[in-house]
Ligand binder design. Sequence first.
Ligand code: GLN
Length: 472
Amino acid sequence: MKRHTAFHETRAALEAGEATCEGITRQYLETIEKGKRLNAFLAVFPEQALGRACAVDRKLAGGTAGRLAGMVIAVKDVLCVKNERVTCASKILKNFVSLFDATVVRRLEAEDAVIIGKTNMDEFAMGSSTENSAYGPVLNPVDESRVPGGSSGGSAVAVAAGMAHTALGSDTGGSIRQPASFCGIVGLKPTYGRVSRYGLVALSSSFDQIGPFANAASDAARVLQVIAGHDENDSTSARMPVPDYLAALDRNIRGLRIGVPREAFIDGLNAQVRTALERVLDRLREGGAVVEEVSLPCSEFVISTYYILMTAEASSNLARFDGARYGYRSSGARDLTENYVRSRSEGFGAETKRRIMLGTYVLSAGYYDAYYLKAQKVRRLIQEDFLNAFRRVDCVCMPTAPTTAFARGEKADDPLEMYLSDVYTVSANLAGVPAISVPAGSDDRGLPIGAQFIGRQFDEATILKIADFLES
Ligand code: GLN
């Protein structure tokens, strides 16, 4: 696949007067139009985007442009953009229009980014393939017979297919990193609390984080710089200083300690993924990093712990979609209870219903202690695994996914198989730590492989630095 422009090249062309923001936006709109069959977008905003781009060009000429002037960005349709629909790729929110902007959207626009549209996704961000959208599956631009990963598949494809410089996704258990890996781009899940979730439709509130997809680590750093930081509208957003991420990208990794968990190189791991990871580790050693083995003893419990806790939180969060307050309402109901039952039965897709039922079950009086409470305790142990590892190393490296992009339909009828593709990503969400997926070559079919780096809480700088080093 063709290599797409990193933002600093665009910015240089803008400053040299060789390009305009309007022209760049037009190009992206054309690429979106040509790539329609990929189904990456649920909504495109041509007039608004071009109008904003012209305003940005005037600011550039006047020397008052913001840090992201010239950047064209797509946002996952789980984020609110004022006066635009926010569907979460569900039928239940088909015509629901947002009354306000998510904090991340407001911050991006304040720095003059141009929002080009809303991207397709698995319904309510549940899935690993973007086949669960009520508006049809998204295709992987590297090989259209394959899935792009999920749940932020549309955002990953928008960046990988050159339909935007960058895109925002949400990551509850891997939904930024896994599709980034399957599409051959960079995907960053920040520390829990680093980025405000105000205006992000909640899937599982103690896991969800918003983060960027990009063609280069420096682009991810620029976007994170703008969206990170405390927000009074989200009490879980941290009052922590936001460091200068671009300044951290000095390509000097000498002395950096990188831990490789012995539990990560499991039997199900594809041999080509393993080889690619070994090559990445060799390059890091050549750059002066110290690679050593660490242990994350609870690794075998991460999938079960994640799927108990995330379904519990999801079942509670999704109770608000009741056919009375938001979106779709069934026309056939004769009383209130029937309205709830019918609206939810008709409005939600199969995977969403499965998770609501699972979550309700693990929270029910008879099973709460055995499942929910137990899983909360194991979550604590998983966090401690990371704390222990980070006493010895600065970050942990493992694959992003056990395989490369799988064929469309391959796992669609086997939810457990699908859940297992999250085996390397969910632990960072359980522990609340930041993690990035970076391109690490491809397999013999040309399908991209991703290497994942997991950092200490609030230390996005180190993992961005490694990602940037690997691009050199
Ligand atoms: N694939 C995971 C799931 O289905 C991750 C979802 C996410 O991160 N939003 O739950």
